[in-house]
Design a protein around this ligand. Structure first.
Ligand SMILES: Nc1nc2c(ncn2[C@@H]2O[C@H](COP(=O)(O)OP(=O)(O)OP(=O)(O)O)[C@@H](O)[C@H]2O)c(=O)[nH]1
Ligand SMILES: [Mg+2]
Length: 437
């Protein structure tokens, strides 16, 4: 990569966690249960494993509110230090988001790197970004995360505490220079990404001219989104039992039974409390979901709490403005379930259960998707002169007629038509409205 800053930043985070032994810290707040904290730590452990490090131990605490200086209590900080010493762990990772101040205080008190969940997710994203856009988005997210955390080197920071003479040395100046440089880089990345976004929206427009509807696969990370795209289209997208294996979107054409072909896109997965800065930086990738005609929401049916994953995904969808796009829920990994997903399908109206890996239930999925696509296609109103029986016939052939009534000058036909058909018949089109569903 051309930019030394990104390289250095990525490198720091990767080196920090690479094959390191890490102590996980979980805090159970007010209304939470210990079980929830444990489940959070299980997921953090998976994230850490994906980032290339190992869990050495877990330290937990129950609190009403986070301690402003250390997040956990001072006694807990001592305990944490002892655990780190005993296990020779040189990094601690909090499942909660730390403020830059808390992170700094913890590092000083523990003499070790203190990270939070966001830093681990950023690290994984940095390892998995491959396209120019993906890399730019990750770099932007990392810089935004690092900026408020910039310090003079730890040692300089300690010896120069207290202000006054000695604090305005070269260390301070370098910090300011670093800060300015990072800010300039952030602005440049924001500009570049805006350009890429413009290109993307132009591409989207030309696609909608092609008349193909856009179906976007969304879902919790590791739910099997890429496996589903592959098994439906032989796309050959990388599938791994790791979190965030996919960062860059892939689009393939998919033929639906008895319907028009659609464009099917696989994209980045979501996770509980996806860092806001990351969502913000990934706007251009996530936009495809907001602009979709239909979301195929893939859920890992074998997860401990599929409903919580659904909620987490819907929260991110709302954050990116995709919460009004029709959603089709697909419970995946049915092969792992005793009832093959029957109870989940019963609970979620209109959902289907499949095994993308074993290609089970794919025909039902395709039929249901085709039905849903027809139901959401737009209702076009046409006014066709009485003598144009040929046009009436082609409306019947190409679309689904909702109603026909006689008007003064001809037949008023309301029909669901593809954009392509509506385009061909445009001289007869009066209005187009979304029928919703
Ligand atoms: N048992 C079972 N495993 C599956 C199924 N579908 C996918 N998997 C496995 O689940 C893991 C994740 O699959 P992916 O397709 O990479 O999941 P993804 O949603 O694209 O994940 P990210 O891109 O990382 O967010 C892989 O190990 C797959 O082999 C399925 O139907 N049954
Ligand atoms: Mg994937």
């Amino acid at each position: 990569m051309s930019n030394p800053y990104q390289e250095a930043l990525t490198q720091t985070l990767i080196e920090r966690s690479f094959r390191e032994r890490i102590v996980l810290v979980g805090v159970t707040m007010g209304g939470q249960t210990d079980e929830e904290t444990d489940e959070g730590l299980d997921e953090l452990s998976l994230l850490i494993d994906t980032a290339g490090a190992d869990e050495a131990a877990r330290v937990t605490q129950r609190r009403d509110v986070p301690d402003s200086a250390f997040y956990i209590g001072k006694g807990k900080v001592e305990e944490l230090k002892e655990v780190c010493l005993a296990l020779d762990a040189d990094t601690v990772v909090f499942d909660n988001e730390l403020t830059p101040g808390q992170q700094y205080n913890l590092e000083r008190a523990l003499g070790r790197t203190a990270l939070d969940r966001t830093a681990v997710i950023l690290d994984i994203f940095a390892q998995n970004a491959h396209t120019q856009e993906g890399k730019a988005q990750v770099e932007l997210a990392m810089l935004r995360y690092r900026l408020p955390r910039l310090r003079r080197g730890a040692k300089a920071g300690l010896s120069q505490q207290g202000g006054g003479i000695g604090t305005r040395g070269p260390g301070e100046t370098r910090l300011e220079v670093d800060r300015r440089r990072i800010m300039r880089r952030i602005e440049k990345l924001e500009r570049d990404l805006k350009d890429l976004q413009r290109t993307r929206s132009t591409q989207r427009k030309s696609r909608s001219r092609s008349g193909l509807a856009s179906v976007v696969i969304v879902g919790y990370t590791n739910a099997g989104k890429s496996t589903l795209l592959n098994s439906l289209t032989r796309a050959g997208v990388l599938v791994e039992d790791r979190l965030f294996a996919t960062l860059d979107p892939t689009t393939r054409r998919l033929s639906l039974p008895g319907g028009e072909p659609v464009l099917l896109t696989d994209t980045v997965g979501f996770i509980r409390a996806l860092p806001h800065g990351l969502v913000e930086s990934f706007k251009s990738t996530l936009e495809v979901a907001a602009a979709a005609d239909m979301l195929v929401h893939v859920v890992d049916g074998s997860a401990t709490h599929p409903d919580q994953q659904i909620t987490a995904v819907r929260e991110v969808l709302a954050e990116i403005g995709a919460d009004n796009v029709p959603e089709f829920i697909v419970f995946n990994k049915a092969d792992m379930l005793d009832d093959h997903g029957a109870s989940l399908v019963e609970e979620y109206q209109g959902a289907v259960a499949v095994s993308a890996l074993q290609q089970q239930g794919m025909d039902v999925l395709l039929r249901r998707l085709s039905d849903r696509m027809r139901a959401i296609s737009k209702v076009t109103e046409l006014l066709v002169p009485f003598e144009r029986g040929d046009i009436v016939a082609s409306v019947h052939r190409e679309g689904e007629v909702v109603s026909i009534e006689e008007a003064e000058t001809g037949l008023r036909i309301r029909a669901r038509l593809s954009e392509a058909s509506a385009g061909r018949l445009r001289e007869f089109v009066v209005t187009t409205s979304n029928s919703g569903n």
